[in-house]
Design a protein around this ligand. Sequence first.
Ligand code: URA
Length: 233
Amino acid sequence: MASRSKIIESIDALNLTLQRISRSGLRGFDCKPGSLAKLAEWGVAQQKKFETLTDIRSALGDCQRCRLAQRRQNIVFGSGSPTAKLIFVGEGPGFEEDQQAEPFVGPAGQLLTKIIGAINLTRKQVYISNIVKCRPPKNRNPRPDEIQTCFPFLERQIDAIQPMFICALGSVAAQTLLSSPEPISKLRGRFYDYRGIKLLPTYHPAYLLRNFEKKREVWKDMKMLMKEYPYES
Ligand code: URA
């Protein structure tokens, strides 16, 4: 397959050539402004299609797009396999994650690591990220405008990875990904379609640390996932 930069170069070259043909008055080619705009749009779409996690991290830069930038120590972009079949999505980094620039490394993260182990996978085989990439002060819920600003980067990460499954951890992740106001207790327990990807909402591990009895329901959800996950034998 041609490299991403070669394809983008070719689209640019084609666009320039069509513009030149248009200016020269040569007829028989479709160089109408609308067609050229469509070609440019197509180029941007191609660029997105071939975007890697590294490209997206570079686009995020030293993000100052919302107020969460003011108090964060680190951006917590995500970690794991760039070709993961399963992505876990949490709410936002906590204290430990902010310090270490790694998602789910605090107490809730240790429980998530156990859950991943219980479904016979490792953290390296899956991908882990969050709805917002900077720690909300005092671990409050991210606000709607913060989510709106940050969520497009997660969408791009999902597009780059193209997983088969997304596991949304807790209300904020499930409600954002599903554009639903329903609480996690109502949303969990079944698969949804998220742009052709099977999305399974379940309780957040931090909630499980305070409500042990809900572990049984999370295990039910994980068993549904295991039934469909294509383990290599
Ligand atoms: N809680 C989250 O939602 N995400 C993390 O990365 C850590 C704790």
